[in-house]
Design a protein around this ligand. Structure first.
Ligand code: SF4
Length: 226
């Protein structure tokens, strides 16, 4: 099958997944780090639910380029952006604990990403993501349709329509749909999170190898029981 046809098939399948999922959801949301796959799943989701809440984990530690891009994309597409913020500001957390991203990145992610997101998800009845299996060995068994147990005991449907997509397919879709991508990709970054924890990839075959300098693989928002 030609690349263009393959992409059309993948997009059709993703649209069908999203249509089915959103037809039974009264309060869906999509998490978005404004990386390429999130922009693709967001574009597809907005075909069905134009005002879907777009949850951005506002840790306070993002690259300036990410904030600029988030603002530009929010204006361009009229996104229903929801900044999910931690209990403490960066200044308050650093005054209390120092630079947790150096001394205890798990705790930092828990305070600035995991707890705020799990709290925010209580308001929704389905969670769309741009997760893909090829992103990391930790995502190799990712299911398109899953349920995720929140700490409260609530189980929220978690839908990842791009689970089987390759990088090339994501980039091709973005090109075809005229979605501009985060300029940091042009500088060689392949996975982009908070600035203090994002380096250029160490291993070209592992997109997330520049995250946390190899100290950990996930922030925890996709791991149950955090
Ligand atoms: S990615 Fe780094 S800076 Fe961001 S919340 Fe996690 S440890 Fe903190």
């Amino acid at each position: 099958m030609a690349v263009a046809e393959q992409n059309d098939v993948l997009a059709l399948e993703a649209r069908a997944v999203l249509r089915d999922a959103l037809s039974v959801s009264q309060a869906p949301c999509v998490t978005c780090s404004f990386q390429a796959e999130d922009m693709v799943v967001l574009a597809l989701a907005r075909e069905v639910a134009p005002d879907i809440p777009v949850l951005f984990l506002e840790t306070g530690y993002h690259f300036a380029e990410v904030y600029e891009y988030r603002n530009a994309m929010t204006a361009r597409y009229g996104l229903n952006l929801v900044n999910v913020v931690p209990e403490e500001t960066v200044a308050a957390q650093e005054a209390e604990f120092g630079l947790l991203y150096r001394s205890a990145p798990d705790q930092c992610c828990k305070l600035r990403k995991v707890k705020p997101l799990f709290g925010a998800l209580e308001r929704y009845d389905s969670w769309l993501t741009g997760l893909r299996r090829v992103q990391s060995p930790t995502r190799a068994n990712l299911q398109v349709m899953d349920t995720f147990p929140l700490p409260s005991g609530k189980r929220i449907p978690k839908i990842s329509p791009l689970a089987a997509w390759t990088d090339r397919e994501v980039w091709q879709f973005a090109r075809d749909a005229d979605i501009p991508l985060l300029p940091l990709y042009d500088k060689g970054y392949t996975s982009i999170g908070c600035e203090p924890c994002t380096l250029l990839p160490i291993d070209a075959t592992n997109l997330r190898s520049g995250r946390w300098a190899g100290r950990k693989l996930e922030c925890g928002i996709h791991i149950a029981g955090q």
